[in-house]
Write a protein of this length. Structure first.
Length: 345
């Protein structure tokens, strides 16, 4: 099964396999979507997206047609429930009753699922259960795009959960494998920053902010009088005229670091006060995370150790992979990597 991330600007496919005890990166591909094909997570140009996906799959060169996909976190409704161990025989009924109260849509209009997380930390007589729901139409439009491209959706996940699955690979490199430490994972996309606070493999906080790499692309367009596509390609290849770094990139990197600092302040004032959580590490992911100097700017502003997220650093690579390119692309492949790992479930 392939991991398929339909982000706001690109199609990303990742294929993993097992190599002994390790995962192996078999192949991956990133294919840029037509401009404005996706808006606020909604698929606007369905045929254009399907065509891009078809092209990406051919470039990937994999015989596998089964994929795991994800819906944007903002389109999912999820909450943790405490269920007495004595009532687990009636779990499905309890979930449905809770869903009726929590979900602001008729249940026939949603896809509903749950997962038992394990014993509740504060009570041995209760189980923690994660309830998750999404509008059927939002799930079905993504499944339809996959089918139009000649592929088949086996799993529909949620982007923030897929990120956490990929994050488990990163934790393996950290002292004590990251246990009892608090991580702020920032996925910086074209138009939004997704802030995911994780502790002991549990998401304790999630928030989105409207700010992203498109702002820098538009600044480049205006400054040099070029098309959006030319600005995007110049930004990725660092092939813009002299003065770009000092006039546009450095001010943007500083603004981005400021947004990340604000997101943490918001977490500290709303959640952390009650739970006494301090962030131990910041991880940067998404296409913008590779902007030169961003990790240093964030560490300088927050005074917290900051690193670029690479979910593949504990994996081996097949002969198809160019290591230098993978290192550059890895932070943008977090969701696709987490989805690709679903084949091992």
């Amino acid at each position: 099964m392939l991991g398929l991330d339909i982000s706001s600007t690109a199609i990303k496919l990742v294929e993993l396999s097992r190599a002994g005890k390790n995962c192996q990166v078999e192949r991956y591909v990133i294919e840029v979507l037509p401009k404005d094909a996706i808006s606020d997570g909604n698929l606007v140009e369905i045929e254009g997206i399907a065509e891009t996906l078809r092209r990406a799959w051919k470039r990937l060169g994999s015989p596998t047609r089964h994929v795991a996909i994800a819906i944007p976190t903002s389109m999912a409704i999820y909450k943790k429930l405490l269920v007495p161990v004595s009532q687990t025989d009636n779990l499905s009924e309890l979930i449905e009753a809770e869903a009726n109260q929590s979900i602001p849509f008729p249940l026939e209009e949603v896809n509903l699922d749950h997962q038992v997380l394990g014993p509740a930390p504060a009570s041995i007589d209760d189980l923690e259960v994660l309830l998750c729901a999404a509008r059927k139409e939002k799930v079905e439009e993504r499944v339809a795009v996959v089918e139009m491209a000649g592929l088949r959706a086996q799993v529909v996940d949620v982007e923030s959960f897929a990120m956490m699955t990929a994050f488990e690979q990163i934790e393996q490199q950290l002292p004590e494998q990251g246990m009892n430490q608090t991580f702020a994972l920032f996925d910086i996309g074209a138009s939004r920053i997704h802030c995911n606070i994780i502790r002991n493999n549990q998401q304790v906080y999630y928030r989105e902010q409207v700010f992203g790499g498109q702002q820098l692309t538009r600044d480049i367009q205006r400054r040099y009088g070029i098309s959006y596509e030319e600005a995007e390609s110049g930004k990725r290849g660092m092939s813009l005229p002299d003065g770009y770094e000092s006039e546009l990139m450095h001010p943007f990197v500083d603004s981005l670091a400021q947004e990340i600092q604000r997101a943490l302040q918001f977490f500290y004032t709303t959640v952390s006060v009650s739970q006494y959580l301090r962030v131990d590490y910041i991880l940067l992911a998404g296409g913008c995370s590779m902007l030169p100097g961003l990790d240093d700017a964030v560490a300088g502003r927050t005074q917290i150790s900051t690193m670029i997220a690479n979910p593949f650093s504990t994996m081996v690579q097949s002969g198809n992979i160019r290591l230098k390119e993978l290192l550059m692309d890895a932070p943008a492949l977090l969701v696709a990597c987490g989805l690709a790992m679903r084949r091992f479930d």
